[in-house]
Design a binder for this molecule. Structure first.
Ligand code: MG
Length: 273
């Protein structure tokens, strides 16, 4: 009976020593294969239609805290707008995550730039239909993205391919660094839009799509979000992104480790068993 015992203990050792799967494997599979992810996205965009109608009917309503201090009377006559993020909000980059998983690499700027230049991201479920509904109601859609300014043409081409409304008169694709004050924190871009439009809704996959200062610790993010509970599902709509975001960076010590092994170690120590 020694052989089976040795065999089993060897098998257990082999399993214990199995290298960890890629850190984006399960999140990418959820996005690429599950009905649950599709439904999560669609129900947000369907709820956003109702919220859009309600915001149009309330002429003093604004979704941007950067616009909250404006005199309500001054908002009344402004043209209407909504602000949407691009990546993982209206365009689905899961194939780019899948390439990382298959190649066994972490985020790589060259791979990302290659993916963006292909302009072939699919629309997020429900996003294009919602955007066209908003445009049909006379609302301008601003795409506020942390894609770099030099990726605007590829981004426009990708959006256009799926019928997302793009203004012929204004630049409605506002990229990071397009102006010097447009940092990755989107607050300055929300203020810029709020100077000329009443902002009805914000839609994004990251806390930074709604509030300034989201790149901070996990505990500070809770404090930051706490005063705005009544905004969610009314003025703010969050699309689930389990693959990356400022929530992930909040797990790591500053500066963020580049080594995947060290990232995994810090992720494990953030768990609460
Ligand atoms: Mg995004």
């Amino acid at each position: 009976m020694r052989f089976p015992v040795l065999f089993l203990s060897g098998l257990c050792l082999a399993l214990a020593q199995e290298p960890p799967a890629h850190q984006k494997l399960i999140s990418t599979l959820w996005v690429q294969t599950s009905v649950e992810w599709q439904v999560s996205c669609r129900q947000s965009f369907l709820a956003a239609r109702h919220a859009l109608d309600a915001s149009i009917s309330d002429p003093s309503s604004t979704a941007a805290i950067e616009q909250a201090a404006h005199d309500p009377a001054s908002l009344r006559n402004l043209p209407l707008a909504i602000i949407v993020d691009v990546d993982e909000t209206v365009l689905d980059n899961a194939p780019s995550q899948a390439r990382q998983v298959k190649a066994g690499v972490g985020f790589d700027l060259a791979l990302w730039n290659q993916w963006v230049s292909e302009s072939k991201a699919d629309p997020m479920p429900g996003a294009a239909e919602f955007s066209r509904y908003a445009a049909a109601r006379g609302v301008t859609i601003f795409y506020v993205t942390n894609r770099d300014a030099n990726q605007e043409a590829a981004t426009r081409s990708n959006l256009r391919r799926h019928g997302f409304p793009l203004s012929l008169n204004n630049d409605t694709v506002l990229c990071r660094s397009e102006r010097t004050e447009w940092s990755s924190d989107k607050s300055t871009r929300r203020s810029f839009i709020g100077a000329t439009h009443r902002i009805l809704l914000l839609i994004g996959d990251d806390l930074g799509d709604f509030l300034p200062g989201a790149r901070t610790t996990a505990a500070n993010r809770q404090i930051l979000a706490a005063p705005y509970q009544e905004y969610w599902g009314r003025k703010w709509f969050l699309i689930p992104n389990p693959s990356y975001g400022s929530w992930e960076d909040a797990i790591y010590n500053v500066p963020k480790p580049q080594d995947p092994g060290e990232q995994l170690k810090q992720k494990l120590s953030a768990l609460r068993p």
